[in-house]
Each structure stands twice: as C-alpha cells, then as structure tokens.
Ligand binder design. Structure first.
Ligand code: FAD
Ligand code: NAP
Length: 312
C-alpha cells in the first residue's frame, strides 16, 4: 500500500512529490507515463518563473526538478494510470494501462492538459506529416521554409516568435483581429518583420499528397479564400484538461467537477473526496502557469502528508 500516489510528473506533480517526501512520507510514487517535466518541456523558452532570470528552454528548465525530488525519496513509475477509484475502507485503487493496479492511502492528481486540435478538414490526415502542436520538437524541420502558426493565445504568439528564428516566414493565422496573448508578446509579434498576420480567417482545409502537407486554404468572413502554400502548420488553439482517469465505470466522476471538466478544489487543493487532492492545470480556475502549478503541487503535497499522518 502506497502512502501517496501522485499522478502526473509536471510542475504540479513534482512539487507535490518534493513536499510530501521531504516532509517525511516514505512510500510515495509518481506515476508519469512519459519523462517527468510536463507540457512546458515542449516550450521553446520560459522567462516568467520568479527567481529564474536566465531564459531557458522548457526541457532545460525542468531537468533539475526530478533530480531534486528523487534525492528525497520520490519514486517514478513510468506507467499510465487509466482510472482512480475509491475503496470501501477509504483507500484508493489506481488501475494502470496493461492491467496491473496499485493501492494508495491518498492520491494527488496532476494530469495537466494536452493541446487541442482545431478540427479542420485534413488536420488529422496530415498530423505528424506537416501538422504539429510542438514548435520545439518540429520547428527545425522547416529551417528556412515558410510555416503557419494557428491561434491567438500566448502559446501561438510565443511559438510564432520562436519559429521566426528558424523559418524564413511565419504566417500567424487567427480567427479574430484581437489576441488573448499578453500585450507585450503581441507587440513583439507585430514588430517582427518575419511574421505576417493573417487575421479574421478560419482554416477551411489542409491539403497535400502522400509526401505530406503542401498548405492550407483559409477563408475570410466574406467567403474569400486564400491559399497559403507551406510545408508546416503549427496548431496552437488551446488545451484540454486530462480528467479521464477520474471517470468511473458508470460514467460519473469520482469527485465534483466544474462545468468545463476541471476538478473543484478548495484552497488546500482538497477535492470533494477525502484523501484525494488535485493540483495544477486540471483544477478549477487554474492560472495555467508553471509557478502556479508548482504552488498548487506544494500545497497538495503538504495536505496529503497531513492526511496520511492523521487520518488514513
Ligand atoms: P502538465 O505540465 O500538463 O503535466 C501533466 C503530466 O501528467 C504530463 O507530464 C503527462 O504526461 C502526465 N499524465 C497525464 N495523464 C497521465 C496519466 N493518465 N498517467 C500518467 N501520467 C499522466 N507556463 C508558464 O508559466 N510560462 C510559460 O512560458 C509557459 N509556456 C508554455 C508554452 C507551451 C507551448 C505550453 C503548452 C504551455 C506553457 N505554459 C507556460 C503553461 C505550463 O506549461 C502549464 O501551466 C504547466 O505545465 C501545468 O503543469 P501541470 O503539472 O499542472 O501539468
Ligand atoms: P488559449 O489562451 O485558450 O488560446 C487559444 C487560441 O486559439 C485563442 O486565440 C482561440 O481563438 C484560438 N482557437 C481556439 N479554437 C480554435 C479553432 N478551432 N480554430 C482556430 N482557432 C482556435 O490557449 P493557449 O495559448 O494554449 O494558452 C493556454 C493557457 O496557457 C493560457 O492560460 C495561457 O495564458 C497559458 N500560457 C502562458 C504562457 C506564458 O505565460 N508565457 C505561455 C503559453 C501558455 P479566440 O481568441 O477567438 O477564442
């Protein structure tokens, strides 16, 4: 029986692991289906983590986090959790992909979020063959070539700036003429001569051949079409919360959720179920920042420690 199971190894999960193990919990396993670090490892740079004045890639930035946790005894199981359920004695069962399961006295869920698809014609067909959601991973394939970045949030604009250092031209395609991204980022994009804004358009379809993508057709509000012939399209249209592991066999969720599928927590990251905590991007009203996820994770780790020591 684990004292604490942490699901997800992003900033929230790693911080929960650090605080729980350093606080004295011995049997703590972080289930992370990939390498620890979370979604920020796909980002080209992070420059807004307090106290970290050096601008690093997401991958470099997260590298020391797991090393630090492991020093205090956190274990990493490279497993995907498929479901968390509560047992009649108050403990939890974690079902793992592959059929095995683990029991734990308490659980912190930190499964974060994953990039959404824009759902235009041809997106699925050319995904991985010209269409991507990760500029750091795939940008280099388009060195000195033209690409599209789709979306109007922080991710789209920041990654368009990143791509402008590699590619000959970046078409920033957005369905409105104002942006969700922070004003300073919008300003940098507008002043970048390699970025062309293509605004008030939607993507009609992506086209290509068996070698891969050749471009997209966008259409404006009057129905006028434009062919943007590029070998690479980066889709940055927001994120979906990874709440699937909380779904029970009968289709209900293990704990209370808000109308957008985020886990409802109080200020201690407690969910509506005793011993179950949630932290980071998947909790309600999350600010979706590394520093906030880390803060949530630390709070959840401290609370899980208290729960196991006094209630479980
Ligand atoms: P995540 O980082 O999403 O980590 C969740 C982890 O859970 C993942 O590693 C995933 O593999 C794992 N997981 C999911 N489901 C399962 C399962 N069933 N079993 C096992 N493991 C599972 N924030 C900033 O503060 N500054 C920035 O500059 C910034 N730039 C960004 C750039 C990009 C391109 C993106 C996508 C995000 C950016 N963010 C930035 C946001 C930031 O990355 C997130 O807010 C933060 O990573 C959330 O942390 P988390 O731990 O909640 O979740
Ligand atoms: P986001 O803020 O939700 O923005 C998504 C963008 O995609 C919006 O501009 C939206 O258009 C557009 N969009 C949505 N669906 C679309 C579709 N089907 N077709 C075309 N366009 C579509 O997502 P994000 O940029 O990934 O950011 C997610 C969170 O992470 C945010 O809270 C963000 O602040 C944070 N983040 C922070 C940083 C940072 O702090 N430096 C960096 C990256 C991300 P509309 O605007 O018209 O809705």
């Amino acid at each position: 029986m684990l004292d604490l199971a942490i699901v997800g190894g992003g900033p929230a999960g790693l911080s929960a692991g650090l605080y729980a193990t350093r606080g004295g919990l011995r049997n703590v396993v972080m289930f992370e289906k990939g390498m620890p670090g979370g979604q920020i490892t796909s980002s080209s740079e992070i420059e807004n983590y307090p106290g970290s004045a050096q601008v690093l890639s997401g991958l470099d930035f997260m590298a020391p986090w797991s090393e630090q946790c492991m020093r205090f005894g956190l274990k990493h199981a490279m497993d995907e959790v498929t479901r968390i359920s509560k047992n009649s004695d108050g403990t939890f069962t974690l079902s793992l992909a592959g059929g095995k399961s683990e029991e734990a006295k308490s659980v912190v869920v930190c499964t974060g979020s994953t990039p959404k698809r824009a759902e235009f014609e041809g997106e699925a067909e050319f995904f991985g063959r010209g269409i991507s959601t990760c500029a750091t991973c795939d940008g280099f394939f388009y060195k000195n070539k033209e690409v599209v970045a789709l979306g109007g949030g922080d991710t789209a604009l920041e990654e368009a700036l990143y791509l402008s250092h590699i590619c000959s031209r970046v078409y920033l395609v957005h369905r409105r003429d104002s942006f969700r991204a922070s004003p300073s980022t919008v300003e940098r994009v507008k002043n970048n001569p390699k970025i062309e804004l293509v605004l008030n358009v939607s993507v009609k379809k992506a086209y290509g051949d068996k070698m891969g993508l050749n471009g997209i057709i966008v259409v404006d509000k009057e129905g006028k079409e434009r062919d943007i012939a590029v070998p690479g399209v980066f889709v940055f249209v927001g994120m979906n919360v990874n709440n699937g592991i909380l779904k029970q066999q009968d289709g209900t969720f293990l704990c209370d959720m808000d109308e957008n599928g985020n886990v409802i927590v109080d200020l201690s990251m407690k969910t509506s179920v005793a011993g179950l905590f949630a932290a980071g991007d998947l909790r309600t009203k999350a600010s979706k920042q590394v520093v906030c996820a880390a803060g949530d994770g630390a709070t959840a780790g401290i609370q899980a420690l208290e729960y196991v020591n006094h209630h479980a």
